[in-house]
Structure formats: structure tokens, C-alpha cells
Design a protein around this ligand. Structure first.
Ligand code: BGC
Length: 751
């Protein structure tokens, strides 16, 4: 009875608290709205246009022309200024010397850390751990805010199915569900739950939308995304970002079927504001408004401005088509006053929400707070959880400390390169490289170092001799290769994604010593390492692991940590297989292992149809090198006893998926359990499977646990033949396991 009473009282309290909270929020937002309206009423057209203008910072100074522009209220935001004194001066002029005292927002690309660098986003995604990702972004926000940055252009949640595209490094991989969950975690980490907190940084969901589908993986290229795929694959992470409370969006560089994202009213008005009710603001990408001239979508700057503002871009980054033309466009009736007011209203609202009017300055006690021990520890844990063990023959790993290691390769001691792309502020003097960490752990005597190649692109073999000598003296070779950070990221697409330079030759030469060889790859993308992996006894994919990458790697190599990352993207065997993603359609002639003949085994003059007519390559087959979700551990996990709570579900019900997960190996470890679903028949054909739930679980050696994951039936919705988002009744199959090839399966239906 007492218990019941307690529960009822608690429920009432929660209800009252919730109601108060809601009232507070409502009051807060209505008082912000009235402040915005009052301010807007006071503004001249020039001041309004000023709010819509974002310029590049002057690098630690406030030149006279910038001072004048700030005094006249002609700047809404500045990017790439990270000097506290300059920022405080910028704010002082804006707040104290401009007519209406509107502060600017200072923006920066804080993509995977600020001074303390976390793994590249694709690496973080391999942790499948929203908590650790959120914490990393909270730390990045605190460091950035202590430098005056209050707005980051992250997360990048473009679905990326093409490893040639350099910006896959910045993405969270190929899957809409994983990207949605992890992108939302990033937003929560950056923004926190109180935007007025001086350590909170507002987030920006980018690039809206479809940028990751750049044709052929060539950056900035056109994208051809059928409407259904746009809505079912590319847009869900952006919807999740809105649900997570993201305050800004960035429009992309790309055109979708001829309409540049920055001039795309359907995306920014109908979907973002209309359907999703987003009330933050949209910034263009760097000069992407102006680039609509190059696209052939605008004849000149004036038309570019007209297209961008009418399509829903509030603020123009870097180019000046708004400043130069909006007044004229208004006069001519090509842009309405209501459109301008709304654009400015949305910007001002965010500035009020951030508390910038009350606290525009970076206070002395919060300046330049970098690389605290707990930040470095978090970066190490993130790197540890992001590394993926792809191969481990004969338990080559972990290496016992009595062994001598020959540490070779162009990424073994590269404090800068291990940080990866987009590290404007990253401090490579903080980096712990694999060499430093292994020496620290094992003592200098046990680690015989010779890089063999100065950089990943070295094209000569002069360093091989020394490397081979070291290998001969050692018990095991650890080759740290990959690609330097500049080989991935924006504008750095590659058509050939093998290990660059003479790395393959060096690995082969090292293997000739007969010593066990561990290949560690640090890269910004999946590389085609299939053939060269044959020469390796173990393979660890470390991505660009950030500041603490070497320390995390050493822990994994030496068995102090058990690898647990899983691939957030399918690894192709050869580049010609791209695009290759696990959630493809079945086709009318799905690939069939029984009727595939390797090209070299096809007899001469074989009859046309004698060797199978299914969807595959005769040289590369139809399977990837490693499937989505794949990753090994030093222990083994076993899935069993899969059960669903029902056989038939209504559309508003929730599917409870339960299964047992046992650690049947010798070491405690984390497994990332994944649930995939296939809608067997639809009004349009459906993917062969789609990730719908996942969970990272820690299990002691010999232990077993029962896991229950929930999937709302509504999450099975897709855009049907009439482009309505619906769950179609019918039969479904579900799989549970450690990667996209999971076999443990059950069926259910939806009424
Ligand atoms: C990139 C954006 C970035 C912006 C500002 C552009 O080139 O596409 O992602 O936020 O620059 O640096």
C-alpha cells in the first residue's frame, strides 16, 4: 500500500514538475518572441540585412573596416575567429557601440574536438556509442567556448556510401539509423540542455541535403537522389537533428537533380520548416549562394541572393550577394519584407536563446581551458572504442609484453597526421603517437622503430632496409600505415583507395622476414586493403584516431583494452564495387553464391548463360571485404534464444526483441548487438535489411545476459508508392547479431 502511495505521489510530483517546466519553457519562448519582435521593429533594412551576413574573421585583430561594420550593425556572425581578446572586442563594439546592441555569433568548424582531438567522426561512429560521442562533443564545446566560439558547423550527418568521397571522414557512415542516433548525441553534447551556459555551443546539422551522394564520390558534385531515397535514406538524420533540438542547419553545395541545395525551397521551406516545424535558422555553406551562378541556376549575384533567401537561407556565409542585393530585390518586389523579417527573426531568436545579449563576453575564468586530464582520458576512451579489429589469425593479438616489437610504417609516429581532417585548432603537441605509447608501456628496448617511409605517399624504397633489419630483430612487426590527414576531408576525393605510396611493397617485404605482422590502418575512409591484408596476421582499423590515438592503440595491441569498434560503413574489396551498402534492394536477380564463377575460372568460349545471370561482378563477386557492422574482439560472443513479444503487431505498438548474448571467450569485452529488419513485400521494393536498433553491451568472460531492444512499429515506415510515409501491413523478417550478416532470425507481421 505504502509503495503504491509513494508511486502515486511521485507521479503527481513528476506531473506538476513537468507542467511547471513546460510553463517555464513556454514563458521563456514567448518572452524571447516578444523581445525579438520588439527588436525587429526597431531595425532598419540595413541592420536586418546585416544580421543575415556572416564574414570570415581577421585572425586575432579587429581592423578598422570591421569596427565600422560592427558599429553600423552590418555583421550578424563571424567565423574563424578564435582569439578571445579579439572576440571580446568584437562583442563590445557590437553591444556597446552599435545602435541596437545586437551581439554577433562566433562560429567555427569544431568537427571532432578543438585542441583535444577526438577520432574523426567516421571513427567515432565505429564506437556505436552515443554516450561517449555526446561526452566528446561536450568537451569540444567547452574547449571551443573557452576560445570564444559559440557555434559549430557540426555534426555533418550526410549519409555517405562512397569511400572515394573525402568527406566520408566527417560523416557517421552509411546508415540512416546509426547516423540519426549518433548525430543527435553530437547535438546534445555540443548544445547541452541549456543554450545560455557559456560552455554551450550551438550545433549545425549539415549539409542539407544529399551532399554525400556526390556523383562518383567527387566532392561538390551533382547528386541524383530519387525522392523516395531522399526521404528514406538521406533525410532521416536531419529530422532526428530537429527532434534533438538543433538550432541551425547548413545548406549544401550540391545540386539535387538540378536544384542546388542552397536554392532548394522544397527542402528548406516545405520539409524543414513546413513538415518538421524547425524554428532555428539556416546558414549557407561557404559562398554556396554565390556558387549558384556556377551551377547555372542564377544568372548573377542578384538572382543568386533572390533564390537563396526565398528558398529559406537566413544567413549567407562568406559571399556577399545578400548584402549587395537584398535591398534592391525588396524594392523590386522580388523578395518580400515578410521574408526578410522572418529570416532575421529566426537568427535573433537563436541569439536570445543563447543568452548572448546578457552575456556576450568570454569571462576571464573561462578562457583557454584546454586539454584537461579528463578531456585527454575521454579522447583516449573514444579512440579505444572506435578502433575495429578486422582480422586476428592465430591470436596474433594481443601481444605479450615480453615480445620485442618492430614498429614500422609512415603513421607510426606522426603527431599531426593521426589527428585527421578538420583540425583547425587541434594541438599536435598533445598527441600521443603509437611509438610514444608503446615505448611508454614496454620500455625503449622492446620497441624497435624504423618508419620505412617518411610519409604515406613516399614512392621510393630507401627506408626499407632499416625497417627490415628492425623486423628481423623483433618477435612481431606492427606496421602503422594508412593515409595522411590531407588525403581525406573536403575536396580530397580519391579515385584509387589503396594504401598510397609504396606501403604495399613495404608490407610484403616485411612479411618475408617470416615474423607475425600486424597491420594498423590510420585513414579517413575505408581503404581497399583486401589483398594486402592477406600478408597481415592481424588488422586493426584505427581511422584517424586523434590526440590519444597512440595510447588507445597501445592498449589494444597489448591487451589492456579489448577491441570493440564495428564498421559504420561497408568496406569494398575493390573500388569498382562502389557504391556498396548493406541496405541495398534485392533486385530481380539477386547474387547467388552457387552460380557465380570467378572470371579466371570461366572456360574459354563458355556459352553466354552458362555461368549464372545474377547481379554480381565476375571479377569481384558480390560480397564486400567486410560488411557493415563488422568488428572482432579478443573474446567471442554468442547470440541465442531470440524472441519477439508477439507475432502480430498493430501500427502503434512496440516490438520487444529479446535475445541472449554470451561472452564465451577468455576476456571481458564489449559487443555491439544489432537488430536488422526486412519488410518482405511493399508497394515499392524495400531494402534487404535495415538497421533498426543496436546496443553496446559489456560482458565479463563466461557471462551471459538477456538483452531486450525495442523497435516502434512506426519506425518501419517508409515512403510508399504515393510518397506517403506509412507502415504497410505485411510480413517482416528480423535478424539479431554482430554485423549486417547476422543470421539469428525471427518473423513477425504488422496488421
Ligand atoms: C564546408 C563546410 C564548413 C564551411 C566553413 C565549407 O567549405 O563545406 O562544411 O562548415 O566550409 O568552414
Amino acid at each position: 500500500m505504502k509503495v503504491l502511495q509513494h508511486i502515486i505521489l511521485t507521479l503527481i510530483a513528476v506531473f506538476i514538475l513537468g507542467a511547471c517546466q513546460q510553463n517555464n519553457n513556454q514563458a521563456n519562448s514567448s518572452s524571447i518572441d516578444s523581445r525579438v519582435d520588439a527588436l525587429l521593429d526597431e531595425m532598419t533594412l540595413e541592420e536586418k540585412i546585416g544580421q543575415m551576413c556572416q564574414i570570415n574573421g581577421a585572425g586575432g585583430t579587429v581592423p578598422e573596416d570591421l569596427k565600422t561594420a560592427l558599429k553600423e550593425g552590418r555583421i550578424g556572425s563571424i567565423l574563424n575567429e578564435v582569439d578571445v581578446a579579439a572576440i571580446n572586442e568584437i562583442q563590445r563594439i557590437s553591444v556597446e557601440e552599435s545602435r541596437l546592441g545586437v551581439p554577433v555569433i562566433i562560429a567555427r568548424d569544431v568537427i571532432h574536438g578543438f585542441k583535444t582531438v577526438f577520432p574523426i567522426p567516421l571513427g567515432q561512429a565505429a564506437s556505436w556509442n552515443p554516450e561517449i560521442i555526446q561526452e566528446g562533443c561536450r568537451i569540444a564545446a567547452a574547449e571551443a567556448a573557452s576560445s570564444g566560439v559559440r557555434w559549430t558547423f557540426a555534426p555533418m550527418i550526410d549519409i555517405s556510401r562512397d569511400a572515394r568521397w573525402g568527406r566520408i571522414a566527417e560523416s557517421l557512415g552509411e546508415d540512416p539509423h546509426l547516423t540519426s542516433v549518433l548525430g543527435a548525441a553530437m547535438i546534445k553534447g555540443f548544445q547541452g540542455d541549456d543554450l545560455t551556459n557559456p560552455n554551450s555551443v550551438i550545433a549545425c546539422a549539415k549539409h542539407f541535403a544529399g551532399y554525400g551522394a556526390a556523383e562518383g564520390g567527387r566532392d561538390y558534385n551533382s547528386t541524383l537522389i530519387p525522392p523516395r531515397e531522399l526521404h528514406d535514406i538521406y533525410l532521416p538524420p536531419f529530422k532526428a537533428a530537429v527532434d534533438a533540438g538543433v538550432r541551425t542547419f547548413m545548406s549544401g553545395f550540391n545540386d539535387i537533380d538540378g536544384v542546388p541545395a542552397t536554392g532548394n525551397a522544397y527542402l528548406m521551406r516545405d520539409v524543414l520548416r513546413g513538415k518538421w516545424q524547425f524554428d532555428g535558422f539556416v546558414v549557407s555553406d561557404w559562398a554556396s549562394a554565390w556558387e549558384m551562378i556556377n551551377h547555372g541556376f542564377a544568372a548573377d549575384e542578384k538572382e543568386a541572393a533572390q533564390r537563396a533567401i526565398n528558398a529559406g537561407v537566413n544567413m549567407e556565409m562568406a559571399s556577399t550577394t545578400y548584402v549587395d542585393h537584398i535591398a534592391e530585390l525588396l524594392q523590386e518586389g522580388q523578395v518580400s519584407e515578410a521574408t526578410i523579417n522572418q529570416a532575421v527573426r529566426e537568427i535573433l531568436r537563436v541569439k536570445f536563446e543563447m543568452g548572448l545579449f546578457e552575456n556576450p563576453y568570454i569571462t576571464e575564468d573561462n578562457q583557454y581551458q584546454f586539454a584537461k586530464p579528463e578531456y585527454l582520458e575521454a579522447a583516449k576512451e573514444a579512440a579505444t572504442q572506435s578502433m575495429v579489429l578486422l582480422k586476428n589469425s592465430e591470436n596474433t593479438l594481443p601481444i605479450t609484453k615480453d615480445k620485442k616489437i618492430a614498429l614500422v610504417g609512415p603513421m607510426a609516429h606522426q603527431a599531426y597526421e593521426q589527428l585527421g581532417t578538420w583540425i583547425f585548432d587541434g594541438d599536435s603537441t598533445l598527441s600521443v603517437t603509437p611509438l610514444m605509447a608503446l615505448q611508454q608501456e614496454m620500455g625503449d628496448e622492446q620497441v624497435l622503430f624504423a618508419d620505412g617511409m617518411a610519409i604515406s605517399r613516399t614512392q621510393h624504397t630507401k627506408g626499407f632496409k632499416k625497417a627490415i633489419e628492425q623486423a628481423k630483430k623483433a618477435d612481431v612487426i606492427v606496421f602503422c600505415g594508412g593515409e595522411e590527414s590531407i588525403l581525406s576531408g573536403e575536396a580530397h576525393s580519391r579515385a584509387d583507395i589503396d594504401l598510397p605510396g609504396v606501403q604495399n611493397e613495404l608490407i610484403k617485404a616485411l612479411k618475408q622476414t617470416g615474423k607475425p605482422l600486424v597491420l594498423v590502418v590510420m585513414a579517413g575512409r575505408p581503404l581497399t586493403i583486401g589483398e594486402i591484408s592477406e600478408y597481415a596476421d592481424a588488422v586493426i582499423y584505427a581511422w584517424h584516431p586523434g590526440t590519444m590515438g597512440g595510447a588507445a592503440l597501445a592498449d589494444i595491441l597489448l591487451g589492456k583494452a579489448n577491441p570493440s569498434g564495428k564498421l559504420p560503413v561497408t568496406f569494398p574489396k575493390v573500388v569498382g564495387q562502389i557504391p556498396m551498402h548493406y541496405n541495398h534492394k534485392n533486385t530481380g536477380r539477386p547474387a547467388n553464391p552457387h552460380s557465380w564463377t570467378q572470371m579466371y575460372d570461366i572456360p574459354v568460349k563458355a556459352p553466354q548463360t552458362s555461368l549464372g545471370n545474377e547481379s554480381h561482378y565476375i571479377d569481384a563477386g558480390f560480397t564486400p571485404l567486410y560488411p557493415f557492422g563488422y568488428g572482432l574482439s579478443y573474446t567471442s560472443f554468442e547470440y541465442a534464444n531470440l524472441q519477439l513479444d508477439k507475432e502480430v503487431y498493430g501500427k502503434d505498438e512496440t516490438i520487444k526483441v529479446s535475445f541472449e548474448l554470451a561472452n564465451i571467450g577468455e576476456m571481458a569485452g564489449d559487443e555491439i548487438a544489432q537488430v536488422y529488419v526486412r519488410d518482405l513485400v511493399g508497394s515499392v521494393s524495400r531494402p534487404v535489411k535495415e538497421l533498426k536498433a543496436f546496443k553496446r553491451v559489456s560482458i565479463e568472460s563466461g557471462d551471459k545476459t538477456t538483452i531486450t531492444l525495442e523497435i516502434a512499429v512506426q519506425d518501419l515506415a517508409f515512403h510508399n508508392i504515393d510518397m506517403a510515409e506509412v507502415v504497410e501491413p505485411g510480413d517482416f523478417q528480423l535478424w539479431v547479431g554482430g554485423d549486417a550478416n547476422a543470421e539469428l532470425s525471427a518473423s513477425f507481421s504488422v496488421q
